[in-house]
Design a protein around this ligand. Structure first.
Ligand SMILES: Cc1cc2nc3c(=O)[nH]c(=O)nc-3n(C[C@H](O)[C@H](O)[C@H](O)COP(=O)(O)OP(=O)(O)OC[C@H]3O[C@@H](n4cnc5c(N)ncnc54)[C@H](O)[C@@H]3O)c2cc1C
Length: 412
């Protein structure tokens, strides 16, 4: 039985094997998590372990030597890692998305024969970096504007030049900064003429870490998710060869509109955090947390029992919609599924924070000491609903609008 799914969810042998692997690796990551958090340092050792175990190729299609995981399998693996180390799971999301967008998602998109042929060539080289070279990809799209919310074109531009592209701009909150081998940067294709920049001209390009003109700046000393090392990227006339295209021109826009569940790929990390906080609370109240001297049982107090019940109910509600939404992820989901995807994302992000809050209140004063993981889970959980494009506010905004208006409908 997987801790993430609980019993009653049918998993294939392959999925079960991957979850066992994630549990084994996660146990090691859990022992290192406090140090990375304290130092706000990137979990390099965890990535070495994942590379060695073959997990970096989880979402690379099988035809390219990967494990071919779909979005549901990815979500279960990521949530399992998230139970032990939020920063590792969240950064793994960035890498996994860099495989899923040009991989499984692109397979279902419409492309001309020419675009398809070009894409096969380009993605073969990206997947080779990962499968044979053990490369890690970052996924920086945020710019501090409405672009990452999906409401405006990216301000970072890509101009077509002979044999490739020249990139100019800035990305903020780039997780894996300094640690990634490639940065899958979303840009707007710069066109000469009077046309205003358009989101349809988004282009997705992989910048190698050592590309001239590419620099990483700024501090990283945040509240939570400290091991993600999400610093600022500056791009000044950075040349990326044509083979650096993660998707053909114009295809990212189609993908972003037709695959909404992809924007929820961050949430498994927070599902894992919610589960970890609940499991810790049960252990703590039973007096079974290692290193507590003396171990004290607190479970006999009715108030603790009620709080545990509240956490349990929240956790089960969260898990139910999480599993349902990821299990139905597909291209062009009907409206009902699209709304459920927003609702699931909102629920996971908000409830993870609520469950960790209840956990600290219930376990009591000693549980917020840095020697125990709860205060880190609490701080990490706070980040989820801030993350674009599906922040908690934007999920509400989308649900409200899309529930009340048919596509294209407007008021007089
Ligand atoms: C730990 C961590 C790691 C991250 N890693 C990455 C990464 O690897 N790659 C990456 O690209 N980003 C990453 N992000 C950035 C994240 O996705 C957001 O882009 C970032 O948190 C936005 O910060 P901001 O202050 O610019 O928020 P703002 O964009 O100012 O948003 C503030 C709030 O305003 C609302 N809002 C914003 N735009 C609109 C709009 N157009 N319409 C209505 N409401 C709106 C949203 O609800 C949002 O919560 C990371 C963030 C965190 C916390």
């Amino acid at each position: 039985m997987s801790a993430i799914t609980g019993s009653g969810v049918q998993l294939s042998d392959e999925q079960r094997g991957l979850l066992d692997l994630a549990e084994d690796l996660g146990a090691r990551f859990g022992r290192r998590a406090a140090r990375y958090d304290l130092e706000a340092g990137f979990p390099y050792e965890n990535y070495d372990d994942m590379r060695e175990a073959g997990l970096l190729k989880l979402c690379v299609p099988k035809a390219y030597g990967g494990l071919g995981a779909d979005l549901f399998t990815y979500a279960l693996v990521s949530a399992t890692l998230g139970k032990y180390c939020g920063a590792t799971s969240l950064t793994f999301n960035m890498h996994a998305c860099s495989c899923l967008w040009p991989g499984l998602m692109a397979d279902a998109l419409e492309m001309t024969a020419g675009q398809r042929e070009e894409h096969e060539r380009h993605r073969a080289s990206h997947f080779q970096h990962i499968v044979e070279g053990g490369a890690v990809y970052a996924h920086p799209f945020s710019e501090g504007s409405a672009a990452a919310a999906g409401r405006a074109p990216f301000g970072t531009t890509a101009s077509k030049v002979d044999g490739g592209w020249l990139l100019d701009g800035k990305k903020i909150f780039a997780s894996l900064s300094g640690a990634a081998d490639y940065y899958g940067v979303l840009c707007t294709e710069h066109r000469t003429g009077d046309d205003a920049p358009s989101m349809r001209d988004s282009i997705y390009l992989a910048v190698p870490r050592n590309a001239p003109g590419f620099t990483i700046v700024g501090d990283w000393d945040p509240l939570g998710m400290r091991g993600t090392v999400s610093r600022t990227l500056l791009l000044k006339e950075v040349f990326v060869p044509d083979s650096g295209q993660m998707m053909p021109r114009g295809i990212y826009f189609q993908a972003a509109n037709r695959w909404p569940h992809m924007f929820s790929a961050l949430s498994p990390t927070y599902m894992g955090i919610a589960l970890a906080a609940y499991e810790f609370t049960v252990q703590y109240l039973r007096g079974e947390v290692a290193g507590m001297d003396p171990p004290v049982k607190r479970r006999m107090h009715p108030t603790k029992q009620i709080a545990t019940a509240q956490m349990h109910i929240l956790l089960e509600q969260t898990r139910a919609i999480f599993l349902r939404s990821f299990s139905e992820a597909r291209i062009d989901p009907p409206r009902e599924m699209r709304l459920r995807a927003y609702a699931a994302h909102f629920t996971v992000m908000e409830n993870a924070n609520e469950i960790t809050r209840l956990a600290i209140r219930t376990c009591g004063g000693q549980s917020m000491l840095r020697s125990l993981p709860l205060e880190r889970l609490y701080r990490d959980s706070r980040c989820g609903s801030l993350m674009l494009p599906w922040t908690a506010e934007l999920c509400l905004d989308r649900i409200g609008r899309e529930a009340l208006y048919e596509p294209g409908e407007a008021d007089d």
